[in-house]
Design a binder for this molecule. Sequence first.
Ligand code: NAP
Length: 321
Amino acid sequence: MSKTVCVTGASGYIASWLVKYLLQRGYTVKASVRDPNDPKKTGHLLALEGAKDRLQLFKANLLEEGSFDAAVAGCEGVFHTASPFTHAVDDPQAELIDPAVKGTLNVLGSCAKAPSVKRVVLTSSVAAVAYNGKPRTPDVVVDESWFSDPEFCKESKMWYVLSKTLAEDAAWKFVREKGIDMVTINPAMVIGPLLQPTLNTSAAAILNLINGAQTYPNASFGWVNVKDVANAHILAYETPSANGRYCLVESVVHHSGVVDILRKLYPSLQLPDKCADDKPFTPTYQVSKDKTKSLGISYTSLEDGIKETVESLKEKKFFVA
Ligand code: NAP
């Protein structure tokens, strides 16, 4: 009989790839979605190979206590990916922080009630790692020992970053108290092909550059491919010695560098040639790959990731060349 695992927020960008790969590997997947009757959220999952026999959908909301009990019951592994990723919020507490923090504790509460659960893999973020006010320059290497500082995030009004920082911190406290085995995956900006029909925030970062924008943001981000992120989740679950946190970053590149790659790949595209402000470019920094390499994670190049994203955005008609 195949092993059963749960994926929360299964209709999302990263989770859809995770569900695809888990089904490919023979797992039975109990997938939570907010609205199982919305074909935009479930159609692409139900069409995956193996879904007919081994995918079960469960309705669950991060803010409803006990909502995940049924999805988690009987599972050996739980992948908790559900968490809002958006920057456009009116009420950061209600729209980002509560679902991230209370939602994570809610899912972990369901895990604590399920004796079948052997390991939880939490989708955290570089947002929970790199934002603490320490200087980040090309010679600085960020690694898994870094933690973002909630006060710094609040002062800088980085509400999504704050939500991920508080959620990971609350998760570690909870699992230590309850003796739950948890590993976190901390990706940077995730790009690559979309399986879902809707546009997610990190793919939108590439769309915003090719959609006629006059300027590019003055920001340097780490970038990583969605397929590598999904694989990393599975490796973190299947490798008994996996532990702690895993930062996932192929490379840290300023938006001007992303535009350079786009120009090389698509010379005829109209691309922004000015930065959004006149300040010096936000410096890049390094993120250690040592720990992820020890887990056997390999990285798709940023150039391939950008190409896959553009092709996928075209195919899904978010962008007409
Ligand atoms: P996404 O496509 O927007 O997926 C987010 C998922 O969370 C969706 O399935 C969404 O459900 C679910 N969700 C949001 N609020 C919910 C609620 N109240 N109750 C139940 N489900 C809720 O984003 P993604 O990029 O795949 O992100 C997935 C995870 O990866 C998140 O934890 C995010 O913080 C993390 N992450 C993402 C990136 C990145 O660059 N993409 C980088 C690092 C970490 P609906 O579909 O119903 O809205």
